[in-house]
Design a protein around this ligand. Structure first.
Ligand SMILES: [Zn+2]
Ligand SMILES: [Zn+2]
Length: 371
């Protein structure tokens, strides 16, 4: 029996030869709780005395009678400990986000780390003192936020970190690591992305961005307006932001085809020492409309079927290829419209039909279903 006790609870040991008292820790959900059990001379569990740490007491508040009852009714010490751990496990699970009370050294450690880092860097801390938001500025004076979820065994275990970044945030953590080191690692990551953000800031400031509507720092894609219903979608590689990005031209065929030809013919002129925006301008041989030359409303042309610009996250990116029409539609709207017409025909995922505006032939791919 005692073998089982030691096997299940290696940190709970008898304090004397007679095994009339046990002291140590039991582990539940990766957390250790201090307990002490003193048995009477007849070793009967019924008369045993049970002591525990204040965290344990806090968790068992309102459940003391359960522990008392188990102590009276359990067949032996092994069973009692097992039942005790079950009660504890259930209590831990019932608390939102697990147990919110940490040992005192957790808080003193956190305070001393924050003092070294500087309290001005802290912009948020939750009531559990587990989630922190730290601010950081990159070399181009952009503000960034690092969200840190400290482990219950901080600093022995690594915290969970997240930020609005286009790349994954790999943090090196050892039990000796501190928030100061974490913050400086974050600054290094920001430094490695400065060029990427500089390029995107230039694009955002000097052109009309159709998508995403409010780009986050993690967004690597921009759909840039070129003209009426014509745009280019570029996807930058955050690690090599100055290289030729993935480009996709969108709009009526008679406008897009010559642009695509220029892109292919001039691709070799791409100069990684120049900015992406200047390169795009040179390769496509166009001037991008900007806030200085155009109103954004001239590009936000609503869908010809639902008469709105936004349909959930989608914008009208299907355009009638007829040069006199050029009406844009949402993919989903056009697909539903054409499918409902008896004159339309479908081949695999493509529907062939007539433009609802000019009756010229138009095709649309089945809208991607949301998973
Ligand atoms: Zn629509
Ligand atoms: Zn049309």
């Amino acid at each position: 029996m005692e073998d089982f006790l030691v096997e299940d609870n290696p940190l709970l040991l008898p304090v004397n030869k007679h095994k009339s008292a046990y002291d140590g820790f039991i582990s539940v959900q990766g957390r250790d709780f201090r307990i002490r059990i003193v048995l009477p001379p007849d070793q009967q569990l019924k008369q045993a005395k049970f002591y525990c740490s204040w965290q344990f007491k806090h968790l068992l508040r309102g459940y003391e009678h359960v522990v008392k009852q188990r102590l009276q009714q359990s067949a032996d010490l092994v069973t009692f400990i097992l039942e005790l751990k079950t009660v504890l496990e259930l209590r831990l699970r019932s608390l939102p986000g697990g147990c919110s009370i940490q040992p005192p050294q957790y808080y003193s450690q956190l305070i001393s780390e924050m003092e070294t880092l500087g309290w001005d860097r802290l912009i948020f801390i939750d009531t559990d003192f587990r989630t922190l938001k730290l601010k950081a500025e990159d070399s181009s004076a952009r503000q960034h936020v690092l969200t840190v979820k400290l482990a219950s065994k901080h600093p022995a275990e690594a915290p969970e970190c997240s930020s609005d970044l286009p790349t994954s945030l790999a943090i090196t953590w050892t039990p000796q690591s501190t928030l100061v080191q974490l913050h400086s690692q974050f600054l290094q990551v920001l430094d490695s992305l400065t060029e990427f953000w500089d390029i995107l800031d230039e694009i955002d400031n000097k052109t009309w961005i159709l998508e995403p509507e409010k780009p986050s720092r993690a967004d690597t894609m921009r759909r840039i307006a070129i003209g009426n219903n014509v745009s280019i979608k570029v996807e930058l590689d955050p690690r090599h932001p100055k290289m030729l990005p993935d480009c996709c031209l969108l709009g009526p065929e008679h406008v897009v085809t010559p642009l695509r030809a220029k892109l292919n013919a001039n691709m070799h002129l791409w100069n990684p020492d120049s900015s992406v925006l200047l390169n795009l301008r040179d390769v496509l041989e166009i001037e991008f409309p900007s806030s200085a030359t155009h109103e954004k409303s001239s590009f936000n042309i609503e869908c010809g079927i639902c008469y709105s610009y936004h349909l959930e996250a989608a914008i009208p990116d299907q355009v009638c290829n007829d040069p006199c029409c050029g009406q844009p539609f949402h993919q989903a709207c056009l697909y539903e419209w054409l499918r409902a017409l008896p004159s339309s025909r479908q081949s695999f995922s493509i529907v062939f039909g007539e433009c609802p505006y000019c009756s010229k032939p138009i095709t649309v791919k089945m809208a991607a279903t949301k998973s």
